[in-house]
Design a protein around this ligand. Structure first.
Ligand SMILES: Nc1ncnc2c1ncn2[C@@H]1O[C@H](COP(=O)(O)OP(=O)(O)O)[C@@H](O)[C@H]1O
Ligand SMILES: [Mg+2]
Length: 239
């Protein structure tokens, strides 16, 4: 199980099939992400990107195959086990408690008040605007600020692996640039591995080392991020 290749591997999916009820959404999917890598998973709406992240997190059960984190099987592990194992998640849907303050939203990501201050200082290094606005209700933030808060919550425990679901959706280029900078800084400082689910190809290819395109639950194409990537990915994202 601990072969030479896997020592460099953060996350492995080995023939994973998962879905809802009898319907398979992710189909016999294999994927391997290296430690410290930023990996962009792209694909059109409904292709299974969110389902794949939820399968890794144990929110959607996998029916076949194995998922390994640092070479150890996490197949069937509960979401809280994954969080404890250093996995952060910035979800696409209903991610914030809009009636709670920024501070309380961030407080939910840590286990104790003792941890809170250090974790807050960590996220302020990426998003300093949060410092003076801790008491503000999350629902009163702009769309871009809410996305930065979602990402901050995922970064609170300094995860080794972050799963990020369409963080750039609906955001202005200036906000996307701030998020790109934060992700690059987090990786540079902590060696964090990042699995970035995206439909914004410019953002994804700017920050990612490698990419893959998901089509109906299968990897349709993949490559190293480089000058030829844009055209190739674009071809897959066309309606
Ligand atoms: N909770 C659910 N129950 C049943 N089907 C779902 C559920 N969530 C998503 N699906 C279906 O799974 C497929 C993939 O959805 P999703 O993973 O959200 O795709 P993406 O994130 O790529 O847009 C879609 O056909 C969607 O309708
Ligand atoms: Mg999705």
């Amino acid at each position: 199980m601990f072969d030479a290749v896997e020592t460099d591997t953060k996350l492995t999916l080995d023939g994973v099939t998962s879905g809802y009820g009898p319907v398979a959404i992710i189909k016999d999917l294999s994927l391997s992400i290296r430690k410290g890598e930023i990996f962009a998973l792209m694909g059109k709406n409904g292709m299974g990107k969110t389902t794949l992240l939820k399968t890794i997190l144990g929110l959607v059960p996998s029916r076949e195959g194995e998922i390994r984190l640092d070479g150890r099987s996490i197949t069937g592990a509960a979401p809280k086990v994954l969080i404890k194992s250093g996995v952060g998640y910035a979800p696409q849907e209903q991610p914030l408690f809009t009636d709670l303050s920024i501070r309380d939203n961030l407080r939910l990501a840590v286990r104790s008040d003792r941890e809170l201050d250090a974790a807050l200082e960590h996220v302020f290094t990426h998003f300093p605007f949060l410092r003076d606005r801790l008491a503000q209700k999350a629902g009163t933030l702009s769309g871009g600020e809410q996305k930065m808060l979602i990402l901050s919550r995922a970064l609170m425990l300094k995860p080794d692996l972050i799963l990020i679901d369409e963080i750039s959706e609906g955001l202005q280029p200036t906000v996307i640039a701030q998020i790109a900078k934060a992700l690059q800084a987090e990786r540079a400082e902590s060696g964090t591995t990042i699995l970035l689910v995206e439909q914004n190809l410019n953002f994804a290819l700017e920050v990612a080392d490698r990419w893959a395109v998901l089509k109906l639950g299968e990897i349709d194409d993949s490559g190293i991020a480089g000058p030829d990537s844009r055209e190739r990915v674009l071809e897959h994202l066309k309606i």
